[in-house]
Design a binder for this molecule. Structure first.
Ligand code: MD3
Ligand code: FE
Length: 218
């Protein structure tokens, strides 16, 4: 991907696209029209693989509840972080990725200059007021050349966008219902997190925020 592609097409250089880094963009409202269908697909996934609070290797329970869809799903326990083919709660394979999710992730990645993004994992995070995600890197995937696509639904959140070292200064980026962010290239390994959520009820989801992150894990 080159930023040249981006600026070549002035018709798309509108306020809906915010440049976070050389290969990272916020696409404001990109998933707004699809949000009801995405939430419907998430409901079906959660019927088969419930949201749960995982424990970190350090023994702390995460305030964010999570589940997965796709051929691989991210899990954490006292032994560490890893991707698994099966849900440790049910011993069943993670629910397959619904087309409506894959198509959206593919369109967003293409918009940001990654036309051949093929996710095999979708991590689904659920936040309630007070839930947070401390600064971390996503390093459990095989191929850092593939971007991560994230979709925000429900209550707004303050995303913390750091640098390549944990102690680097963070930038605060508000994310709203329907926003899609694509993170790739040299930004792929930057530290990031989510500040404790404030209570701002959303018409579709009430006091919840659902975040989908599409990854090429395997
Ligand atoms: C930047 N989730 O699940 S999504 C995560 O809102 C995670 O639930 C947050 O961080 C959330 O790991 C943020 C945005 C995100 C995801 C992965 C990234 C940003 C990223 C990987 C590298 C750089
Ligand atoms: Fe992350």
């Amino acid at each position: 991907m080159t930023t040249g592609d981006l600026f070549a097409d002035q018709e798309h250089a509108d306020d809906a696209r915010i440049v976070l880094g050389p290969a990272s963009f916020v696409l404001r409202g990109f998933a707004l029209a699809d949000a009801p269908a995405l939430l419907c697909a998430v409901e079906a996934i959660v019927e088969r693989a419930a949201f749960r609070h995982m424990v970190t290797p350090g023994g702390l329970e995460m305030s964010v509840a999570l589940t997965n869809s796709g051929s691989l799903g991210w899990t954490s326990d006292r032994r560490g972080y890893r991707y698994t083919t099966h849900d440790p709660l049910t011993s069943q394979p993670w629910p397959p990725l619904p087309d409506v999710l894959v198509r959206l992730a593919h369109r967003a990645a293409a918009e940001a200059g990654f036309p051949s993004f093929t996710p095999d994992a979708c991590l689904i995070n659920r936040y309630v007021p007070g839930s947070r995600l401390s600064l971390h890197q996503d390093r459990d995937e095989q191929d850092y050349g593939a971007p991560i696509v994230s979709v925000s639904l429900g209550m707004p959140a303050m995303f913390l966008w750091g640098g390549h070292k944990r102690a680097d200064k963070t930038q605060r980026v508000p994310l709203f219902h329907g926003d899609v962010v694509v993170w790739g290239g040299s930004d792929r390994l930057r530290y990031h997190g989510v500040a404790p959520l404030k209570e701002h009820a959303h018409p579709l989801l009430g006091t919840q925020r659902i975040n989908l992150t599409f990854r090429k894990a395997g």
